[in-house]
Design a protein. Structure first.
Length: 92
């Protein structure tokens, strides 16, 4: 995963790749070199978490809406409720 930040010296967009975990620690300054102006700068990381709520009528006295999962090989398929995510083996 990568994120873009503007270089504080030249103002150009710099891509910071954190696939290996680089720059993911919060409350810490991370050093980086701008590939455009070749000056070093530091950045800090802020991680935001957001939640999305949706109805789950099956948790309020309604029926679960089970559908087969898509696994291969088929013997690993299960039934999963599309509303709440509850799973159970097929045939139960």
């Amino acid at each position: 995963m990568s994120h873009d930040v503007d270089c504080p010296y030249c103002g150009k967009e710099v891509e910071i790749c954190n696939d290996d975990g680089f720059g993911m620690d919060e409350d810490q300054k991370h050093e980086y070199e701008c590939p455009h102006c070749e000056k070093n700068f530091v950045f800090t990381t802020s991680i935001c978490i957001s939640y999305d709520a949706e109805k789950a009528d099956c948790l309020n006295d309604d029926e679960h809406n089970y559908e087969q999962t898509k696994h291969y090989p088929e013997r690993y398929r299960r039934l999963r409720c599309t509303m709440c995510g509850d799973e159970k083996p097929i045939g139960v």
